[in-house]
Structure formats: C-alpha cells, structure tokens
Design a protein around this ligand. Structure first.
Ligand code: ATP
Ligand code: MG
Length: 790
C-alpha cells in the first residue's frame, strides 16, 4: 500500500484477497466471477458450466477475504436442500465448519425469517402461522360464501390462483391495475382485500405474503430497509432466470444501495413462466445495474459431447434466445439413447431392467449405482407406473418434490373410500370421507355419529346407520348420510359377491360418491392433475384380482417409504430437477400432449411450447454419462386408451448424436419397439423417412413371434386389435386369453388347469371342485404373471 495514502484510507483498506482451495480448478471466467468482489456481477451461461460452483466459491472467497461475516451474506438458492449443500461446500472449501450462515436459503425461507423480526409492521405477531394451500382455499371459501357468491360457479381455488398470480407480481389489493379488476366476476379485488384483513385477524400469512409484507415494510420504513442494506453486504442469487416480479422487487430494494449483487442463471432454463417467473429479469440485469460485470461461461463440465450436442440442437429451435456455445473436454461417451415402447407399463418395466443392468455394469459401461440414476417425468401421474414396477422388482426409490403417488390428497381420499368398502369397520377411512365431498356433515354431525357408535359398541359406519335411521341428524345432512350408508353397503356387497368387477366398482364408487364431480367442479390449475391421478389409480387396479389385493399392495408401497439408507433411484418431475446432475437420466413419456404438455400449448401457444422445450433442455442437461429418452405408443389418457404420437422434440434431436435402441427379446424375440400402434406423426406423413422416432418405431418386427405374442397380450388387455386401435380411443376391458394347460384361479372354485376353450368360456379342471365350464373373465392367471400366461 502506498505510504502516500491518508491514514484513514490506509486503515480502511481491505487486505488483498487470499487465495485458497476454493479457487483451485476454476477456469479464468469463473475465477473472474469469484474475484470481482465489488459491484454487480452477472453470470449468464448454459447448463453445467459451473455457475453454481462459481457462486459457491465466491461466497467462500468473500468470507476468506474478510469482506463479510457469514451472517452478512444473503444467498438465495432454489431449494432448501441446495442451501444446505451450499453451506456444506463452503465449509469444505474453507476447511472449517461455517457457523451461522442464516441467510442462505430460498426466497420463502429468508422471507419468513425477515418477517418474523418485523411482524408488527405488517400487523402480525412474531408467531404468525403460515397457511398452506388447503388452508388458504378453505379461508377463501368462507369469504366467498359470506359475500353471497355461488361457490359452485366461482370456486375458491380459482380465486386462490388469481390472488397468487397478483402476489407474484407484487400487487397489493390497493395496487392491482384496473385492467385486472374484472377477474372473478369483478369481485376478486374486494375479496383479496377481505382475505388480507382476515389473515391479519388470524395472525397468519400465506406463501405469497412472506415476500409481499417484506416489500411493503421496506417501502414504508426507510430505517428498516437501510438497516438490511447495511447488513446484507453481499447478495447472491442462483437460478435468477426463474425469479418472479415480487422476488425481483424484493431483491432490488435490498441491492440498490451497495449494488453488490451477483446473479447467475441461464435464459434457456427458464421453466417457471407458468408461475409468474419473468425471464426478462435476467436479460435486463445490465440495464438495472449499469456497469455490471457480465461473465459468460462456455465450458460444460457435466455431460458427454453427445448429450451436450443433442441438448444444444434441441434448444436452438427456440426463438428469441441469447444463444450460447457450449463445449466440453470430456471424451466421446454414449450417444443419447432413444427407445419406443408399447405402453407406459412396458416403459417402466424396461427402465427398471436397464437400471439393474447399469448397476451390474453390463452393456460395456462402467457400473452406475441406483442412486446415480434419475427418472425425470413431465407429469406427476407418470410416476405411478414406476413406483409400482420398482416395488415389484424390489428396486429402492424415492420421490422428490411432491408427495409420492399414494400419498396425494386425492389418492388418499379415494383409498379411504375403497378401504371402507372392503372393511366397513375402518373408522379412520370413514372419518376421512364422511364429508368429502361436502355433504353437510360437519363436526357436530360427526360427533353425533361417534356417540351413536360408541354407545352401541359398533363401528362409525354402523353408528352412522343408527344415527341416520333414528334421524339423530336433521335436514340435508341426515339425508346425505342415509344415502352414503346405503351406498357403502351396496358397494360392499358388490365387492364381496363379484370381486372381479373391482375395476368398474372403483370407478363407480368415485363417481357415485360425488368424489369425481367434486374435482371436476374445481377450476383450479391442479384439479385436472388430480383427476388424472384418480384415473391412474383406477388403472392401477387392473393389475390386481380384487380391491383387497390392491389395498395390500398399497400398504406395502407406503411401508417401502419408511426404509432408509439404501441406494435409491430418484423419481422426480423435470421442474424439480433444476440445478441437479446425475450420472444416468431417464426421460420417459416423450409424446405429444404429454411432453410438450397439451395444457401448456393450449394456454401458452408458442410461448408455452418454448417453455416446454426449455424443460426438455433442462432434462437432457441433467445427465452426466447416459441420457435415455423413451416414449410409449399407447397410454391411458383421461381413463381411455389412446394411441400416442412421439413428441415433436424427438425429431428435433440431431440424428448423429442419437442411438436408436431396440428392446431385447423380452418376449422371446425381437420385439419391435414402437412400430406398434403409433399414430402417424406429421413427419411420417410428410414422408421424412429418416425421422428418428420412425426408426425407433420401425415395424419390421410385425412378423416375429415375439410381436405376435405381444399383440395377443394387448388384445387381451384392450379387447381390440391394436392395429385397429390406431388413432382410436378404446375403453379398457379385459378379456383374458388362456392357453390349454395354463394354471388359473377362480374366486369360487379355486385353482385349476385349463383343458379347453370356446368363445369366452373355458373348460377348467379345478383341483378341488373338479371339471367346470367358467367365464374367462372370472379367472385369473395363477402363475404369478400379471396377465396372460403364454
Ligand atoms: P446448471 O445450469 O445445471 O445449474 P451450473 O452452471 O450451475 O449448471 P454446476 O452445477 O456449478 O453448473 O457445475 C456442473 C458440474 O461441473 C459440477 O459437477 C461441478 O462440480 C463441475 N465443475 C464446475 N466448474 C468446474 C471446473 N472449473 N472444473 C471442473 N469441474 C467443474
Ligand atoms: Mg446451477
């Protein structure tokens, strides 16, 4: 330091930044981002280029250089898990545990901490509760009713969606623009104001409020804002492309003083537009923060060249992107693998076998353990087929970013109905569904039922019968209870007398109870997904002989969750996979309508399509060594079989980086991927012979015995010729086909062997009951295979 400097400057000067392990191995561009300590920094770069790693190193560097204490760094991560990992990494880089980095977390986590400190400025107490979505909707429903609005026409979930959207844009009730005032029949603004007032009375906040209250406090209390500007000396944000307006406003308020803000992101990975994220935030950074250091990274350290090339080519179909070059030093590696399957069950079966093969290290690859494998789905209802398959073969798995299939609210409700029908003594199940859907049976009615049950020493269902018959519960509720009790009795009889009609029965239960209608009446964005899940549930029943068998299976699935410590395959949505990496990634369900999702296309048009394509890019770039794309020719959509068309994204992949796989002889011969029952895609019609999906779907296996067996299995499963099925929607009715000699099971007669067949009748020599003629539909295969033994 120059001796000419005034003493005050010399004393205030910061010592030169030290170097240490956190700088090791960084490339010059990353190093520049780490060492540009003062002022705004933007790292805008493609997937896997080390943005998150550089961000972490930057924090370590700031701490080591003494620029900030751990509690003076505000770092926003995408998930709480990412925050934990970041803290751990910083500790490792610095070679000591980092105590107290309280401000590393998600927007929500940091927002709630700030709000607790200043709750009184938002009219709350420090111990305010945070409402989840269900609470939020319940509260809105009360307000809608109080306002005399017909909740059937104007559902609370829809209002919740509108209000969330406004909160994402940082609009308070008094600042919603006039153009929006027509929402919810012109009443959303006043209901929003009433909702906020009610939340305050309840000493509660919803998720949107966590930032919104902070924003208002910062705007109205300069002293508080100044305090935090001084306090958070450095601000860092990962995945900046997915911030919404409220998050952006919140960040700018905090950063506008010292402008020590470092944001990293990738415009090609912006996938939360549907939740209000504005990719414009990242593109505007240099305007917002003039003089910003902008760093572009181009070397990808994650994926093999084929994976990278495939992902880059795919995303290049999007317009209006910044465009980036990515390269890698990693050697050759596997091409992206592509394979078509008959249906979602086959897809799950094949992927399960691939994962086992990878663990063994076959196929000329080094082994990849199950915990290095991820299955990334577009829609959560796709998970069920994998969960069931993995359970069957004993492959441990975990589901991230959302409840496992059987733990979802609508599935638990539906299961409660099924449980009650199978065992009418299941009081927990009864309690769960007695007023779902609403039957006018509130807490008081339930108490009456409990008393009736207890004083007679019977189950709640029996108690309900007594209460209904003796008219203990008056009015509409009493009538509804009588109907429910009567219906459960009817369903129970059917379950006992005709156990093999369980699939139809389950559908009937959901429909007749009003449960399906309840979700159909919901206009919220997640209602459609819930209905899909219910359809998936009914479909899952097909694999079982009875409701009872199915419920036992589900109990096992639930138990599986309790085990820990094993190496588990990860199943998650593409959205939740952002920022993560896995040696092997499976991307199932690349079919038109599923991926790209029809809803995104309908609601977002080209914008929606481009967001879907970015999602595909995110998916592919999660893979380090092996990326496998799969699609199915047939899928149950809305409960009906449908021929699926391969995703347009498949034909956007560069053929030279893709290897088209043919499934091995699972059924004793070349069974030919997807020639089977695929609807012709536009590409096929245009005669583009080399279209990738067409190669994956080549039909030269039609003549093989394996194909014929497959076809017969499908005839059995779908009740029609698959060839006829192209483009058609077919109701799934099972008419099993049994070969002579097959061992079967009949509910009444027990086990036996098929001796002959005529039409839909079978001659069976039963072990106990002797020879009999029975209807094929009433027997099931008894050799353990799922459907037809051949
Ligand atoms: P995404 O866009 O998917 O979030 P990213 O840009 O944040 O990706 P990182 O997750 O930080 O990328 O890094 C990807 C992988 O590359 C990680 O395994 C990381 O450890 C590794 N990596 C990053 N930088 C380097 C480097 N300079 N040398 C070696 N490996 C690196
Ligand atoms: Mg990252």
């Amino acid at each position: 330091m120059s001796p000419d400097l005034p003493l005050s400057r010399r004393a205030a000067a910061v010592p030169p930044a030290p170097s240490g392990p956190w700088l090791e191995g960084l490339n010059p561009a990353q190093r520049a981002a780490v060492e540009a300590l003062e002022g705004p920094v933007l790292m805008l770069a493609g997937a896997g280029t080390g943005k998150t790693r550089a961000l972490t190193a930057r924090i370590a560097h700031l701490l080591a250089a003494g620029r900030a204490r751990p509690n003076e760094i505000l770092a926003v991560t995408f998930t709480n898990k990412a925050a934990r990992e970041m803290r751990d990494r910083i500790g490792r880089l610095l070679g000591r545990a980092v105590e107290g980095m309280p401000w590393v977390g998600t927007f929500h986590a940091i927002g709630v901490k700030l709000l607790r400190r200043h709750a009184e400025l938002a009219g709350l107490k420090a111990n305010f509760t945070i409402l989840d979505t269900d609470d939020q909707v319940r509260l809105l429903r009360q307000l809608i009713q109080a306002a005399g609005i017909d909740e059937k026409r104007w559902p609370a979930r829809q209002l919740a969606h509108v209000i969330d959207g406004w909160k994402n844009r940082a609009w308070m009730p008094d600042s919603v623009p006039a153009a929006e005032h027509g929402a919810f029949d012109g009443r959303a603004v006043s209901l929003y104001a009433a909702y906020q007032a009610r939340l305050r009375d309840l000493n509660a906040a919803d998720f949107g409020d966590l930032l919104l209250h902070c924003i208002r406090i910062f705007r109205e209390h300069d002293d508080v804002l100044e305090q935090y500007r001084r306090w958070f000396r450095y601000i860092l944000v990962d995945e900046y492309q997915d911030t919404n307006v409220a998050q952006y406003v919140w960040l700018r308020l905090l950063a506008d003083g010292h402008r020590n803000i470092c944001c990293v992101g990738d415009d090609d990975q912006s996938i939360y537009g549907w939740r209000g994220a504005e990719v414009g935030n990242i593109l505007r950074f240099e305007t917002d923060f003039p003089g910003a250091t902008v760093i572009r990274l181009e070397q990808n350290y994650r994926s093999t060249p084929h994976i990278l090339a495939a992902a880059s080519a795919l995303i290049s179909a999007n317009q209006g992107r910044l465009g980036k070059t990515l390269w890698t030093e990693i050697g050759e590696g596997e091409k992206v693998r592509l394979i078509g399957h008959w249906d979602a069950e086959e897809e799950a079966r094949w992927i399960g076998e691939e994962i086992e093969a990878m663990a063994r290290g076959t196929r000329g690859m080094d082994p990849i353990r199950p915990d290095g494998v991820a299955i990334l789905v577009r829609a959560s209802h796709q998970m069920r087929a994998f969960e069931d398959r993995f359970l069957t073969i004993g492959l441990p798995y975990r589901v991230i970013g959302g409840p496992r299939f059987y733990e979802r609210q609508e599935i638990r409700d539906a299961l409660a109905y099924l449980r009650l029908v199978v065992s009418p003594d299941d009081d927990l199940a009864f309690e769960r569904i007695v007023n779902v859907p609403k039957r006018g049976l509130g807490d008081k009615a339930v108490q009456t039922i409990q008393v009736a049950a207890r004083s007679n020493g019977v189950s709640l269902l029996e108690g309900a019968r007594i209460a209904a018959e003796t008219r203990l519960i008056p009015g509409r509720g009493g009538q509804a209870l009588r109907e429910l009790v009567e219906a459960v009795g009817r369903w129970h009889r059917q379950a006992v007398e005709e156990p093999d009609t369980h699939v139809e029965l389950a559908q009937q239960i959901l429909d007749e109870s009003g449960y399906t209608a309840m979700w159909q009446a919901e206009k919220s964005p997640d209602a459609a997904g819930r209905l899909e899940n219910l359809k998936e549930l009914v479909k899952a029943l097909e694999g079982f002989d009875s409701l009872q068998g199915f419920l036992e299976h589900v109990a096992l699935v639930m138990e599986n969750e309790a085990e820990g410590g094993e190496e588990k395959v990860t199943i998650m949505t593409l959205h939740a996979a952002k920022g993560l990496e896995f040696p092997a990634v499976f991307l199932p369900g690349w079919e038109e309508g599923l991926f790209p999702s029809q809803r995104s296309l309908d609601e977002g048009g080209l914008r929606g399509l481009e967001e879907e394509r970015r999602l595909a890019y995110v998916g592919l770039t999660r893979a380090e060594r092996v990326a496998t794309i799969t699609f199915a020719g047939n899928r149950r959509v809305h409960g009906q079989w449908q021929s699926q068309m391969p995703s347009r994204f498949i034909d956007e992949l560069p053929a030279e980086h893709v290897e088209v796989l043919t499934p091995p002889g699972l059924y004793g011969g070349a069974y030919g991927a997807a020639g089977m029952g695929f609807a012709a895609s536009p590409v096929l019609r245009m005669g583009a012979e080399s279209a990738l999906h067409e190669r994956a779907a080549r039909a030269d296996v039609y003549a093989s015995p394996g194909w014929r067996r497959m076809q017969e299995r499908q005839v059995a499963r779908m009740g029609r010729e698959p060839a006829e099925a192209r483009g058609l929607v077919i109701q799934g009715t099972a008419v099993p086909v049994f070969a002579p000699g097959a061992r079967v099971f009949h509910q009444k007669f027990g086990y036996g062997r098929v001796t002959g067949a005529e039409g839909d009748k079978l001659d069976v020599a039963f072990e106990k009951a002797g020879p009999k003629k029975v209807v094929a539909r009433f027997v099931t295969a008894a050799d353990g295979s799922e459907d037809v033994p051949f």
